[in-house]
Design a protein around this ligand. Structure first.
Ligand code: ATP
Ligand code: MG
Length: 137
């Protein structure tokens, strides 16, 4: 059993597709064990994406992530990290498989609707970034 951090990004919240995303998560047998809607500050967004701070897209990414509310949640299940990445589809939109969250809800490579942790260590870091133990049920 594994845990992963999921973010429904500002463009997806604006499109009112939170419900549709949750439906797909439950169909994939991933259990939501923590969830909240928040608006990131600039420094929170910069800290979350610190590994990308030298990339050309960093400022665009941070400004997008603070452009509106997001939904952060912890998902638990068998192989949760890879399972959720498969549900999301790949980063490069032109390659995102039909029926994935990004194929259906991304607007471009930055405004790509969802985030999911990419490893066990990043999942641990990212979950602790947003949740204290008492918020995970
Ligand atoms: P995430 O970490 O959000 O799940 P990811 O692991 O598929 O996405 P990363 O390489 O970690 O992709 O990039 C983090 C985020 O930065 C992406 O989700 C996207 O919003 C943005 N991003 C990544 N690559 C690019 C790019 N080439 N141009 C613009 N934005 C990008
Ligand atoms: Mg990533």
């Amino acid at each position: 059993i594994q845990r992963t951090l999921s973010i429904i990004k500002p463009n997806a919240v604006k499109k009112q597709v939170i419900g549709e995303i949750e439906t797909r998560i439950s169909k994939a047998k991933l259990k939501i064990i923590a969830m909240k809607m928040i608006k990131l500050t600039k420094s929170q967004a910069e800290g979350f994406y610190a590994e990308h701070q030298d990339k050309l897209f960093f400022d665009k990414l941070v400004n997008f992530m603070i452009s509106g509310p997001i939904v952060v949640q912890v998902l638990e299940g068998e192989d949760a990290i890879n399972q959720y990445r498969q549900l999301m589809g790949v980063t490069d939109l032109s390659k995102a498989e039909q029926g994935t969250l990004r194929a259906d809800f991304a607007d471009n490579t930055t405004e790509n609707a969802v985030h999911g942790s990419d490893s066990i260590s990043s999942a641990e870091r990212e979950i602790a970034y947003f949740f204290v133990d008492s918020e995970i049920v």
